[in-house]
Design a protein around this ligand. Structure first.
Ligand code: RB5
Length: 156
């Protein structure tokens, strides 16, 4: 059981149903879930939830985030526009674990129209159990990403 680490979760209509299942799954595992919506299966826009989840992670309100849309792609594209966010679509447990260990992924994106419910739970479990391996080569690569953010993510 996890001791109340906060996970922000968000989904558009494509991921609405899976969001409920994964929220229950994470609560049962001992995480505190911050549900940023959507709160119905009416059509909605994934960038809105990417903004809300990324905002929680960047501010430190949430330890990590989970975003769900139909494919996971739109949510990850939008989430990666936020400085400090390292989001990726992972539809296998290897990538979900290794993405944290090597790349410090802090938002997991899922496509509810791609993965089954049980696999989605296993992927989320792998993501949440993983910890960044604080090795010099991983830190060096992350600092290069931060350099890209500083150079190219300028406010206009
Ligand atoms: C919505 O129909 C769909 O386009 C969206 O959920 C997502 O798959 C985008 O990447």
């Amino acid at each position: 059981m996890e001791s109340g680490k906060k996970i922000a979760i968000g989904a558009d209509h494509g991921g609405y149903h899976l969001k409920g299942l994964l929220s229950d799954f994470m609560r049962q595992a001992g995480y505190e879930v911050i549900d940023t919506g959507a709160f119905s299966s009416e059509p909605s826009d994934y960038p809105d939830y990417a903004r809300l989840v990324a905002g929680r992670v960047v501010s430190g309100d949430a330890w990590r985030g989970v975003l769900i849309c139909g494919s996971g792609v739109g949510a990850s594209v939008a989430a990666n526009k936020f400085r400090g966010i390292r989001a990726a679509v992972c539809h296998d447990t290897y990538s979900a674990r290794q993405g944290v260990e090597d790349d410090a992924m802090n938002i997991l994106c899922l496509g509810a129209r791609v993965v089954g419910e049980e696999l989605a739970k296993e992927i989320v479990g792998a993501f949440l159990r993983a910890e960044f391996k604080d090795l010099e080569r991983y830190r060096r690569r992350l600092s290069k990403i931060e350099e890209i953010e500083k150079r190219w993510m300028t406010s206009s």
